[in-house]
Ligand binder design. Structure first.
Ligand code: PRT
Ligand code: MG
Length: 225
């Protein structure tokens, strides 16, 4: 990666869309639309700034290992990444800013006819399907609830409907997905938003390029909507 270029890692979809206004506040316009372009490297109006499109869960990895200088990803993704690879300090990710975008919550949901409260009170062993095993493990351990965690990579809602699990831990935003699958939210584990992550080495070596972007983001986030 050249010292004259700043690379920002984003995932397609809501994170890309909601980061655009922040980039604009920093004077950066992305010149191609990821929904129509097949490119994975998107140029901007600033020749020294480019955006790379990666899977949401790969954003911390790109920034940590120098595939990108900075990135945007959900707290959910960061917590799971750190649980797998060590905490932020160890993995070498600097987290200067909560961007307050792509907001949702991490929740426990069960089929409408499953008495979760009773199962927990009776000390039943719950089978919980999730993509977020670190968050789920920590949450149920803190409640003293015994769980068998079942790792899935998507479509968590299907697990209780097929008898694979009693409950799921998943992200909820409008609640429409749960409703459509006749699941109900029974616990809110934490609120989630997206964070800016920065590679400390990049900040050191490319400070003159990166610092103004961080400042513009911070200002845009602090400004009333
Ligand atoms: O999709 P892919 O497998 O490539 O990766 P990803 O699912 O990790 O990425 P993406 O782009 O879907 O999500 C990126 C980030 O957006 C997540 O890491 C969260 O921090 C944040 N975010 C905000 C959400 C949601 N809201 C959200 N609603 N991520 C996922 N969802 C899903 C949720 O998992 C469930 O399937 O949307 C569904 C629920 O939505 P409602 O509105 O029906 O409640
Ligand atoms: Mg998704």
């Amino acid at each position: 990666m050249s010292a004259e270029t700043v690379t920002l890692a984003l995932s397609k979809g809501r994170i890309f869309e909601e980061t655009l206004p922040l980039l604009r506040a920093a004077g950066i316009e992305v010149l191609e639309d990821p929904e129509t372009s097949r490119k994975l490297i998107l140029p901007t109006n600033r020749p020294e700034v480019r955006v790379v499109l990666v899977r949401a869960t790969d954003v911390p990895t790109y920034v940590e290992h120098g595939g990108a200088d900075l990135g945007v990803c959900g707290k959910d993704t960061l917590i799971e990444h750190e649980a797998a690879w060590g905490d932020a300090a160890q993995v070498g990710l600097y987290r200067p800013l909560d961007l307050g975008i792509a907001r949702c919550r991490m929740s426990v949901a069960v089929p409408a006819d499953f008495d979760y409260v009773r199962a927990v009170r009776q000390g039943a062993r719950l089978r919980v399907a999730t993509k977020y095993v670190a968050i789920a493990r920590e949450f149920f351990a803190s409640k003293g609830v015994h769980v068998d965690l079942i790792k899935l990579y998507g479509s968590m809602e299907l697990a209780p409907l097929t008898g694979l699990a009693d409950a799921i831990v998943d992200l909820v935003s409008t609640g429409n997905t749960l409703k459509a699958n006749r699941l109900v939210e029974v616990e809110r584990i934490m609120d989630i938003s997206s964070q800016l992550v920065v590679r400390p080495t990049s900040l050191k070596l490319k400070r003159a390029l990166i610092r103004p972007i961080l400042d513009a983001f911070a200002q845009a986030v602090a400004a009333p909507a």
